[in-house]
Design a protein around this ligand. Sequence first.
Ligand code: VGL
Ligand code: ZN
Length: 199
Amino acid sequence: MADKALIVIDVQNDFCPGGALAVSGGDTIVPLVNRMIADAGHVILTQDWHPAGHSSFASTHAGKNPFETVAMPYGEQTLWPDHCIQGSQGAAFHPDLEWTKAELVIRKGFRPSIDSYSAFYENDHETPTGLAGYLRERGISELTMVGLATDFCVAYSALDAVREGFSVTVALEACRAIDLGGSLVAMTQRMKEAGVSLV
Ligand code: VGL
Ligand code: ZN
C-alpha cells in the first residue's frame, strides 16, 4: 500500500511577521497546519538552515540589496535579507507549530556557497538532500505539502517531488507567498503544468 506523508515546509520564525524575511500572514497558517499534522500518517518538516555569511544573503555581496539578483555558477540567485541562521531564534519553528510528531526534520541551505529552496535538491538542481531516497526507502509515494513560502520553497519542493516520481498535492490554504515580481502567478502555473495537484 502506498504510504502518504505531510511535508511541512519552513514554518520558521523568520518567515512569520516580525521575522527577518517575513511572509505576509505566514503565522496564520499554523492552526490549519497543526490540524493537518494531527490527521497525517507521517510528518516531515523542513528547516531553512543557513550559516552566517551565506551566499544567498544580500549582505554577503558588496553593493547588493535584498531582493536583487546575482549570477551564481548554478544560475541566477535572488538575494535575501539575512535569515534562518543556524541555531538562531529566527531559524526556530514557529512556537505554536506542533512539530513533535515529525519523523524527520530535513535541513537545507547549509552549504555556504549554494542556496536550497527545494526539500529535494539544492538550487543547482543536482545536489540532492537525500529526501527522495528516504521517502522511497520507506515506501512513501504520496506527498501533501504546506508551509512557506508558496512561490519559493513550497513550489520548488513540489516541482522536484514530481520530477522524482512522487504524487504531489499542495494545500494552498495552508501556504503563504512572498510574491516577488509575479513569482506567485509564475510558480503556480509551473506547478499546474508539472502535474502538481493544487487544492
Ligand atoms: C525561502 C527564500 C529564502 C522559503 C527560503 O522558505 O521559501 N525563501 N530562503
Ligand atoms: Zn533561505
